[in-house]
Every structure is written in structure tokens, then in C-alpha cells.
Design a protein around this ligand. Structure first.
Ligand SMILES: *Cc1c(COP(=O)(O)O)cnc(C)c1O
Length: 420
């Protein structure tokens, strides 16, 4: 690692990068290899590769314990899981959800023929603003989908009260929130159902994977049919299903992940505190806080950049970091409502989303996870502070040299992670 003390040492001004290897957001966590390989050998010996095999059943049981929900149905990914929940609950019409989420939340609903109604979020929590949710309800509203962004819980009680009052469905996209709590209770047991993701970038991965947690035996039963072509007996198909079964190899990976989860969270938590210390008292940047009274997974370290105070935009800061091989990421940019097909459908009466638009311009997720530690965080902190202390000079130099802000990292490495 090269330490940067002066602006002319920044890689974006053609000096060597601080890091030889790229530092990623959401670099996959790898569980104990010996145990994984032992499980794979057992699986091959059994020749039971999919269709509710023993690893999938064990993974579902262990998830149910962790998530505090009696029923867990494992799926191929969270996107299909959400589609099947919307199907099983027979939603029709409009569904209120945030635009500040990964595009999959909206796509899953839209692919069910539902009409996503994007609602603004609370600037403090980054999650759905309950007052704005209530204002968005129409006679066509079927349900609300909240997202526990960064693993920080939605305003669950308020949303539950609204859903009860208006007789709406309520489901949470808990893709970020494995192992997190709200009011001390595990996320997984709220609403009609909660949907988890085990994509490679999430804290526990099954390569690709997802699961639905629910208190309803009836809903779980329907999901079990839906994920398996609608079969409810050997030769009997009860409804229009699809194929969303989690294979055994994924569940084997997931079981190892659950065994390692507390250790990974400990590393994430330490990284988060190291980052907080780097930017403590620094004007113009804040590491989004986690509530220490809740259990969290600390998978995301999110910097909020105040461009006016700093003299640099978030994208300029990001370009500086990428040149140093620090692959910090914009999140949910530019917002679902600005992506297709929703962008083309924006109508005159579509709600304006000022908080969402501000967040998509100001948040920057920083590399964390088991792949990095204190030394890297100090190096990153130093680069960012250097930029902030000399924000105007850095900005003027960037503008004078017309450095493209979609800069590519020096390693040119394709990212193993995507923006989820
Ligand atoms: C990752 C993610 C998804 C999609 O999960 P997949 O398992 O990749 O389908 C949905 N919503 C959010 C908020 C996510 O971060």
C-alpha cells in the first residue's frame, strides 16, 4: 500500500495507485472449505442434487431459527422469491415501494403484472417514509413492500398499522437484513412475509439464492408448490407454478455461511468502527450509523457525502478512489424510477422523490467485509480526508484535466460483484 500525503500523489493525477489489488464492496465471504468440500462429497455420494434434499431442508430449519419465523422456503434467488410471494398472496393493482432499492424489488412486482408506485424515503433511515406511504394509497393499492436498506429496519410498526388500517398486504424485502433485529426481534417474522437474498455479494451467500420467511403455514405451503411447477403431489399440479428450487450445492454453501456468520459480522463491525473513527469530526462526510441496541450484520459501510460542504461531488470523490483501486460504489443510482421500464412511464401525476434523488447523488458504499482490515481502512481514510481538506483544489484540477468520472480502476479488473 502506498500512503498518500499530498494531492500530487493521487493516482487520478497519474501517480501510482495506493493499492495494487482492487478493494471491492461486497466481495464474497467464503466459508470453511474443508467443511464445504465434505458436504459436497456427501451430496455426490447421495446423488441427491435438488428437489428439497437434506441440505435444503437443514438450511431452511436453521434459517427459521435465526430469523424467528416458523416457516422458511428456500428459492433460487430473492427476485423470484418476491415474485412468488406476490403471486401466492394474489396481489393485483398497485404496490407501494421505495425507489431507493435494487431494481429487482420493482421488477419482481412488475413481472407479476403489478403496478409499482414509487414512494419517497426518510432522509435519516433511507427507508420508506410511512406518512408518504399513506398518502400514496389509492383504491387500487394492494400492498406495501418495504425494504430494510443496509440491514437497518424499516419503520415496521407504522407500516403494520397502515397496512391494517387500509387492509393491505405487507411484505419486506430483507435482502440486506440477514441476522438483523428490529426492537430486539429478528427480521424475518414481520409482515406477511420477508424475503432474503443469498447472492454472492450478500453477507451469507449460496452463490445465487433466496428465501421467504413467514408466520403463515398456508403461505409457505403455497410457495412450496409454486417453486416446484405447482406440484402438490406426484402427478398432481394444483396451480400455475414455476421452477425456483434451491439446489443442494447452494444449501451446502449456505450452511457453511450460517456457521461462519457471527465471525464475519464481527469483522464487518470492526471495519465499520474503524471507518467511523477515520471520519469522526470530519465535516462533509458521515458514515451512516447503525443502532448499537439492535443486532446488525454491518455488511454495508455507507458514506454520505455533502458535496457543498466538501467542495467535491460524490462522483468526483468516487473517481479519485477508483483510480486508487478503491472500488467504492454508488448505491441505487439513479433510483428505480429513473430506470426502464419505469422511466418511460413517468406520468404528470407521478410523485416527486426529492429525498431519493438526493440520496442517490450522495451515498457511497465503501469496501468492507473479510477481504479488508484496519490498514486498508486507514489508507482509504487518508485519501478521502486529503480530498476533503483540499476539496476546491482537487475539484479544479479534475475539471481542468477533464478526467472522466466513470474512471476505470487501474487493475482493469472486472468486478465480481454487482450493484446489489
Ligand atoms: C440483492 C438484492 C435483491 C435481489 O436478490 P437476488 O437474490 O440477487 O435476486 C433484491 N433486493 C435488494 C434490496 C437486494 O439488495
Amino acid at each position: 500500500m502506498v500512503t498518500k500525503d499530498r494531492i500530487d500523489q493521487l493516482a487520478i493525477f497519474t501517480a501510482p495507485p495506493a493499492f495494487d489489488e482492487p478493494l471491492h464492496v461486497g466481495r464474497p465471504n467464503i466459508p470453511d472449505r474443508g467443511r464445504l468440500i465434505a458436504r459436497l462429497n456427501d451430496m455426490l455420494d447421495r446423488r441427491w442434487l435438488t428437489n428439497a434434499g437434506p441440505y435444503v431442508m437443514e438450511f431452511e430449519r436453521k434459517l427459521a431459527d435465526l430469523l424467528g419465523a416458523p416457516h422458511v422456503v428456500a428459492m433460487t434467488n430473492a427476485t423470484l422469491a418476491l415474485e412468488l410471494v406476490a403471486d401466492a398472496l394474489a396481489w393485483q393493482g398497485e404496490v407501494i415501494l421505495p425507489s431507493f432499492t435494487f431494481i429487482a424489488t420493482a421488477h419482481a412486482l412488475r413481472r407479476r403484472g403489478l403496478h409499482p408506485v414509487f414512494c419517497d424515503v426518510d432522509p435519516r433511515t433511507h427507508n420508506l417514509d410511512p406518512q408518504k406511504v399513506e398518502a400514496a394509497i389509492t383504491p387500487r393499492t394492494a400492498a406495501i413492500v418495504g425494504v430494510h436498506v443496509w440491514g437497518r429496519p424499516c419503520a415496521i410498526e407504522e407500516l403494520e398499522a397502515i397496512a391494517r388500517r387500509h387492509r393491505l398486504g405487507l411484505v419486506f424485502d430483507a435482502a440486506h437484513a440477514l441476522g438483523c433485529t428490529s426492537g430486539g426481534r429478528p427480521i424475518g417474522g414481520f409482515g406477511d412475509a420477508e424475503v432474503f437474498s443469498f447472492h454472492a455479494t450478500k453477507v451469507v451467500s449460496t452463490f445465487e439464492g433466496g428465501a421467504v420467511a413467514t408466520n403463515s403455514a398456508e403461505l409457505a405451503g403455497r410457495l412450496i408448490h409454486l417453486r416446484n411447477f405447482g406440484f402438490d403431489g406426484e402427478d398432481h399440479v394444483a396451480r400455475l407454478g414455476t421452477n425456483a428450487k434451491m439446489p443442494e450445492v447452494s444449501a451446502a454453501m449456505g450452511l457453511g455461511g450460517l456457521e461462519s456468520l457471527s465471525g464475519w459480522v464481527e469483522v464487518n463491525r470492526r471495519n465499520y468502527h474503524d471507518y467511523r473513527a477515520q471520519f469522526h469530526g470530519v465535516a462533509g462526510i458521515e458514515i451512516l450509523p447503525y443502532d448499537e441496541n439492535e443486532r446488525g450484520n454491518y455488511q454495508y459501510v455507507v458514506a454520505c457525502v455533502d458535496a457543498e460542504a466538501v467542495g467535491l461531488t460524490r462522483d468526483q470523490l468516487r473517481a479519485v478512489l477508483w483510480a486508487e483501486n478503491v472500488l467504492a460504489r454508488r448505491y441505487f443510482y439513479p433510483g428505480c424510477h429513473r430506470l426502464e421500464p419505469y422511466r418511460s412511464e413517468v406520468r404528470d401525476h407521478s410523485p416527486v422523490l426529492p429525498v431519493t434523488e438526493r440520496l442517490t447523488e450522495s451515498v457511497l458504499a465503501l469496501p468492507s467485509s473479510t477481504a479488508i482490515g484496519q490498514q486498508e481502512i486507514e489508507g482509504i481514510g487518508r485519501i478521502v480526508r486529503l480530498c476533503l481538506e483540499h476539496g476546491d483544489i482537487v475539484r479544479r484540477r479534475l475539471e481542468a484535466t477533464a478526467v472522466p468520472l466513470n474512471a476505470v480502476a487501474p487493475s482493469q479488473a472486472p468486478s465480481p460483484s454487482r450493484l446489489t
